[in-house]
Design a protein around this ligand. Structure first.
Ligand SMILES: Nc1ncnc2c1ncn2[C@@H]1O[C@H](COP(=O)(O)OP(=O)(O)OP(=O)(O)O)[C@@H](O)[C@H]1O
Ligand SMILES: [Mg+2]
Length: 198
């Protein structure tokens, strides 16, 4: 061993202690697990979103299949997160005993998505109008004597009485053109409205 190497060996414990002091080991011992946890949470949330989008955009079927309504709503909430997360919190209360309901899964998803986006827009108006506090979108499901009941409510200002009987008109909107999928921006608009009003 050279003299230099012997020197380094002798001084190693001191060097290690100095480095430990410089990098603030205590701080790292606390922060690294937190950072790793957050990264893992991030990865889990990305994979949840990817899974939800994959299911959501499943090819459209023309035949009714048994639809797990709770799961479909949960997925749609995830897919629509960018629309609501800045203005609202979503609260769910799903009936676990709800059995699958025969339906067109992708159409049902579209309906849930439109209603959630409507709720987010309505809340956004209130929040921007000065309340500044996040609103709430509540979604619950319930088995009701052989029927599946889905309730969706929001803390927006509500649908004004005078337009309530127009909301199923194919091109009716109170929103400016650039917002959401307003009639002039969406070729599917009239289809969706026609389908919804069946
Ligand atoms: N949750 C709600 N709260 C208050 N008003 C609502 C709500 N949902 C719908 N509305 C009113 O009903 C109108 C029609 O809603 P609809 O979803 O059919 O069209 P839209 O949201 O305007 O456009 P899009 O085709 O992009 O959905 C809206 O413009 C809005 O004025
Ligand atoms: Mg809408």
């Amino acid at each position: 061993m050279t003299e230099k190497a012997q020197d380094e060996k002798r001084n190693a414990p001191f060097a290690a202690r100095r480095i430990a002091e410089e990098v603030d080991l205590e701080f790292l011992k606390e922060e690294i697990p937190k950072a790793l946890d957050q990264s893992l949470e991030g990865v889990a949330s990305v994979s949840k979103i990817v899974r939800a989008i994959k299911e959501f955009s499943h090819p459209r079927s023309w035949e009714k299949t048994p639809v797990d309504i709770n799961h479909a709503i949960e997925n749609t909430i995830t897919v629509a997160k960018n629309e609501w997360k800045y203005v609202a919190e979503v609260e769910t209360d799903f009936d676990p005993s709800l059995s699958p309901v025969p339906g067109l899964a992708s159409d049902l998803n579209q309906v849930f998505l439109n209603i959630i986006i409507n709720a987010a827009h309505a809340i956004e108006d209130v929040v921007r109008g000065g309340s500044n506090r996040k609103g709430k979108i509540r979604i619950s499901t319930r088995k009701d004597d052989g029927w599946a009941e889905i309730r969706i409510s929001d803390t927006g200002s509500g649908i004004p009485k005078e337009i309530r009987d127009r909301i199923f008109d194919p091109f009716f909107t109170t929103k400016e053109v650039a917002k959401g999928t307003g009639p002039l921006n969406s070729p599917q608009h009239s289809n969706e409205k026609t389908r919804r009003s069946y």
